[in-house]
Design a protein around this ligand. Structure first.
Ligand code: FAD
Length: 456
């Protein structure tokens, strides 16, 4: 029986980074991955969706060519080529993870893994037909699309009329119309791609607003932008049934049926631990997710859970950091996982990014805050690049501590700027100190610095 210091179940961002960091720390490590290294993130999540959105952004620019001073006649989308390009990107990145595993001498088992139990050599893990042993086990089995109990949904998934984030990225042809069940991040990003390239998109969302906990003014702007493009939003709308070629929902005005070519199921994700056999070790779970402490330890000494499977904050960058914290714990290095300054981004056009408290949440948490709204038009670069831009940045300022506790942006480059805001929040940098930092000009990031001068 092969024996390892660390075995990781799942080769997504949480799993592969954990194995990499463990190997770099001197542990003999193995990863058991049943589908493809890179997990949801590289194969059917973060990266492929961004490949799609980049094509959409360029397509949109080409369609408005005259605005930018060039001619582009008969601009057409070639969806099959977009998918091909995405596949190449995925292949490159997945290959890169494989190469990293190899260079760090990490054994990769292309197999489904599950916990067999305890044996004389430590934890015993089934890796396909083999049994391997380890001193420390990291569960990093990710998440799967949540399938709510809606009439006809399972049948729709079986027939291919309903697709998830997995199938939608491999559609051979553009649907003429698509209904997104759910107006959260995943639904919105895919809606942004399809709407831009000419598909009629309708979002059906149960809540009164799109984009979950995102700042309400930002949500309104995003919705307004897409409504101008022809996207339709059915809010406070509960889906009742998925038919053969339709979706029926109910809102305050009654029942409505929308005919469509495809349905995208984007009503959330749930932690995936099915088949892992956590029961064999008595690992505690709560609502289907593995319970962990701030070191990513489960209740069983030597067993960790990182990434989506612990259900804490389902983002790839959270998974990365959790992986590092877990390895630090194995090494005896002091480190704690904190979730307070993790940025969240929606890669629509315009992009949305935020970190820290909204004004409302800050007040609820007892902070004495004021919010300052800075138009992105204050940035020369934004004006130069954005047609009729109405993006903005909201700074949530702690009046007592004289530092920022929240930054919320809508406007392009927000995704690239938000880490800077996270640093300002995480270091509780006083605004008088930030004002002494020189920001490059012209950049959209200057709106953050400009905003500080509004603070009274
Ligand atoms: P995963 O990436 O899900 O990896 C888990 C791996 O474990 C999978 O490869 C799976 O095959 C494997 N596995 C499961 N069970 C077993 C088993 N029993 N044996 C062996 N292997 C197993 N996050 C962001 O931060 N930014 C984004 O822009 C973003 N965009 C997204 C877009 C979409 C459409 C989706 C669906 C998600 C997106 N996410 C994004 C979320 C992000 O993909 C996840 O948070 C991230 O992938 C979680 O990493 P993980 O390692 O925990 O799990």
């Amino acid at each position: 029986m092969d024996k390892y210091d660390v075995v990781v179940l799942g080769g997504g961002p949480g799993g592969y980074l954990c194995a990499e960091r463990a190997a770099q720390a001197g542990f003999k490590a193995a990863v058991v991955e049943k589908r493809a290294l890179g997990g949801t993130c590289l194969n059917e999540g973060c990266v492929p969706t961004k490949a799609f959105l980049y094509c959409a952004k360029n397509y949109s620019a080409a369609k408005h060519a005259e605005t930018y001073g060039f001619e582009a006649k008969d601009v057409k989308i070639n969806h099959a080529a977009v998918v091909d390009r995405k596949n190449k990107i995925v292949k490159t990145l997945v290959g890169g993870v494989g190469a990293t595993m190899k260079s760090n001498k990490i054994k990769v088992y292309d197999a489904e893994g599950s916990i067999k139990g305890r044996g004389p050599e430590g934890f015993e893990i089934n890796a396909g037909n083999e049994v391997i042993a380890c001193d420390r086990l990291v569960i990093a089995t990710g998440s799967v699309t949540a399938v709510p109990p809606i009439n006809g949904l399972k049948e729709g998934l079986a027939s291919g009329f309903v697709v998830t984030n997995r199938e939608v990225l491999d559609l051979k042809e553009l649907p003429k119309s698509i209904v997104c069940l759910g107006g959260g991040v995943i639904g919105l990003e895919m809606a942004c791609y399809f709407s831009t390239v000419g598909t009629k998109v309708t979002i059906v969302e149960m809540m009164p607003k799109i984009a979950g906990p995102t700042d309400a003014d930002i949500c309104k702007l995003l919705q307004k932008t897409y409504e101008k493009e022809g996207m339709e939003f059915m809010l406070n709308a509960k889906v009742q049934e998925v038919g053969k070629d339709s979706v029926t929902y109910e809102d305050a005005t009654g029942k409505h049926t929308i005919k469509c070519d495809k349905v995208l199921l984007a009503a959330g994700r749930r932690a995936n631990i099915s088949g892992v056999n956590v029961e064999a070790l008595g690992i505690v779970t709560e609502r289907g997710a593995i319970v962990t402490d701030s070191h990513m330890c489960t209740n069983v000494p030597g067993v960790y859970a990182v990434g989506d499977c612990n259900g804490k904050l389902m983002l790839a960058h959270t998974a990365y950091r959790e992986a590092e914290v877990a390895v630090h714990h194995m090494q005896g290095v002091k480190d704690d996982m904190r979730y307070d300054h993790i940025p969240s981004v929606i890669y629509t056009n315009p992009e949305v990014a935020s970190v820290g408290y909204s004004e409302e949440k800050a007040k609820e948490a007892g902070f004495n805050v004021k919010t300052y709204k800075v138009p992105m038009m204050m940035s020369g670069r934004y004006v130069a690049e954005t047609l009729n831009g109405d993006g903005f940045c909201k700074l949530v300022y702690d009046v007592d501590k004289k530092c920022l506790v929240g930054v919320h942006m809508v406007g392009n480059y927000a995704s690239e700027m938000i880490y800077g805001a996270a640093m300002l929040l995480d270091t509780e940098m006083p605004i008088e100190r930030i004002k002494k930092i020189v920001f490059p000009h012209p950049t959209v990031s200057e709106v953050i610095r400009e905003g500080l001068f509004m603070i009274k």
